[in-house]
Write a new protein. Structure first.
Length: 147
């Protein structure tokens, strides 16, 4: 269960995260990783409506390249990805930046998959089909918890 904070508007989120650097895009950065174009588009729209700068990757290696080049403030990734699955990517992200919040999205999650995660756990898990309210609230909660 996700406990909600009183951060319900994009403006409030931006006020919390504003770095104050002139000329720099101070919006929080969201990395969306899913091989389904429609899911990426929906999450991009959600993220942008909440004030995020959104980057999209369609497989694990592409996501890792984007993550390594300019680490985001939040990652949303699918469990099943081509070329590097979501659990492997989650593990790499948490090894590199343990405090980076990660939301795992999946159509189904087996107990067996959780066993392979070892000590690495996502900060939240959301099941498909995505519920816009639940997803948006999780995004805001996890990013605001970092401030």
């Amino acid at each position: 269960m996700i406990k909600l904070l009183n951060i319900t508007t994009p403006r409030r989120l931006l006020m919390l995260l504003d770095s104050g650097s002139p000329g720099k895009d101070s919006r929080p950065k969201l990395l969306v990783v899913d091989d389904e174009g429609i899911i990426c588009q929906r999450l991009r729209e959600m993220g942008e409506s909440l004030g995020f700068q959104v980057l999209v990757a369609h497989d694990g290696p592409e996501a890792w390249k984007l993550f390594s080049a300019d680490p985001p403030d939040l990652v949303i990734l699918d469990l099943y990805l081509p070329r590097m699955n979501g659990l492997m990517l989650l593990s790499k992200i948490k090894q590199e930046r343990p405090r980076c919040p990660v939301i795992l999205i999946t159509g189904f999650l087996h107990e067996r998959a959780l066993q392979f995660m070892g000590g690495t756990r996502p900060d939240a898990t959301i099941f498909k089909p995505l519920n816009q309210t639940q997803t948006s609230e999780a995004m805001l909660k996890l990013v605001s918890a970092r401030t």
